[in-house]
Design a binder for this molecule. Structure first.
Ligand SMILES: Cc1cc2nc3c(=O)[nH]c(=O)nc-3n(C[C@H](O)[C@H](O)[C@H](O)COP(=O)(O)O)c2cc1C
Length: 426
């Protein structure tokens, strides 16, 4: 989807809070309108201390909204929230983030955020001390676990001449994150009369999806490790595909591959670090896709100094690493879909069937990594998808994004077979 089409005809609510970076929302507003979006600006009272209402009224698609009790509409909070295809808050203050996380809806913007089913992109901006405060970080964690997309701030010059993290993400990064969310092609909260249409059943809109990618590295000494040939490309393709389908995506990865800004990336190295990162986030995940190649064994001792060739070849004692997929399977909450990956070189089918059962996964994606063009390092893959509750699928050799699409199709169909479609709750 090109950049203009992403926003063409989409209804965007732009929330602006009271911080120095409020002036940057003017450029964001202008670019969205230029790209064909219908932009409704909701300003907090504090934001008017930083930028003029008249500027936004002139640049956006309608007069600025800021009061819950507006004359032009008796219930602006529900109309704006229901009609939106996407809500972006830039800049988002620590105050707004806290109010949104707790549901404290004393102003129009927090009411709009609570009265919507549209995807929400939050772009925090504040001084480094505020940004790093556990209260702010905890509130953001709550929001991202609920499916809110957070575009982390950047490092740079802050108000008052300080340098540090907390600077509002650049306009292009914010737009890119919004494009990623909108390209899910599942417009949320589309209104026809009084009826709110549910998003497409083929998407993952509103779900939290946790993906792992890459091969773990088990250190021997400060410079050497035991690793594997996994490139992480399949895991990253799964994360991007899940994002495109409207999920809030957390990617636990060992790689440095660039990702969409709307994906929350957690960098890890070892199997233990990957275990900790995954287990601490697993309870709130609707779907977990374990595409990483996690080491089965790790050195029991890690030398504190680089091992010297002159000392002779070391005898490495190894111990088995913790089995993350089995750990997830043993405490899987109701409604969670667990997907495991298996790279096999022999008895592919038998090993995969056993793994699916033993690890209590719902789906197991298996590839024969001995076959040409398949699995590690390649741009392509060929997989069989084994399902505990439905028919297996085979995906012949194709690019990894296409494999990701089929895997997520199977996730969606598994979930819809398990769950009744929720009513709108009106
Ligand atoms: C000069 C100045 C700059 C500020 N910049 C920020 C900021 O960048 N981020 C932030 O979270 N709060 C900032 N604040 C504090 C907020 O303005 C304050 O918490 C306010 O209540 C936020 O209101 P709002 O969230 O309704 O817009 C700033 C305050 C002042 C006086």
């Amino acid at each position: 989807m090109d950049q203009v089409n992403s926003f063409q005809g989409r209804r965007i609510v732009l929330g602006v809070c009271g911080g120095i970076a409020a002036y940057k929302a003017i450029e964001l507003c202008r670019q969205l309108v230029d790209a064909g979006a219908f932009v409704s600006v909701v300003m907090t009272e504090s934001s008017k201390e930083f930028v003029g209402e008249a500027t936004f009224s002139a640049l956006s698609s309608e007069a600025v909204w800021s009061s819950l009790f507006a004359e032009q509409d008796p219930i602006p909070h529900t109309r704006l929230g229901q009609a939106a295809d996407l809500i972006v808050v830039a800049p988002a203050t620590a105050r707004l983030i806290s109010a949104y996380a707790t549901g404290y809806s004393h102003d129009l913007l927090t009411n709009v955020l609570l009265a919507t089913r549209a995807p929400v992109v939050i772009c925090p901006a504040m001084h480094t001390e505020m940004w790093e405060h556990p209260a702010v970080q905890d509130n953001l964690k709550i929001l991202s676990q609920r499916g809110v997309h957070v575009v982390d701030p950047e490092e740079g010059r802050l108000a008052g001449g300080d340098i540090g993290s907390g600077r509002l993400a650049g306009t292009e990064r914010v737009l890119e994150a919004m494009r990623g969310v909108l390209s899910s092609s599942t417009p949320s909260g589309e209104v026809r009369g009084d009826e709110i249409l549910e998003p497409s059943a083929s998407g993952l809109h509103g779900l939290n999806v946790l993906v792992t990618a890459g091969g773990t590295r088990e250190p021997i000494d400060p410079v050497r490790y035991i690793g594997n040939r996994s490139s992480g490309k399949q895991g990253h393709a799964l994360a991007e595909e899940a994002l495109a389908r409207g999920a809030a995506v957390t990617l636990v990865t060992t790689t440095q591959i660039a990702t969409s800004p709307a994906i929350t990336c957690v960098s890890v190295d070892t199997a233990q670090e990957m275990h900790d990162a995954v287990m601490s986030r697993s309870a709130t995940a609707d779907g977990i896709v374990m595409a990483a190649a996690v080491a089965d064994f790790a050195p029991s001792q890690i030398a504190t100094e680089k091992l010297k060739k002159s000392d002779g070849a070391p005898m490495l004692e190894m111990h088995p690493t913790i089995d993350i997929l089995a750990a997830l399977g043993s405490c899987k909450p109701n409604g969670q879909t667990l997907v495991g990956f298996a790279a096999e070189t022999q008895d592919v089918r038998e090993n995969a069937e056993r793994k699916l059962k033993d690890k209590q996964a719902d789906i197991l994606v298996v590839n024969d990594v001995a076959a040409p063009g398949v699995g590690f390092e390649f741009e392509t893959n060929e997989v069989a998808i084994l399902c505990a509750a439905s028919e297996d699928r085979f995906v012949p050799l194709t690019d990894k994004r296409s494999v990701a699409a089929v895997v997520l199709d199977v996730v969606v169909s598994t979930r819809s077979a398990q769950e009744p479609v929720p009513s709108s709750g009106e």
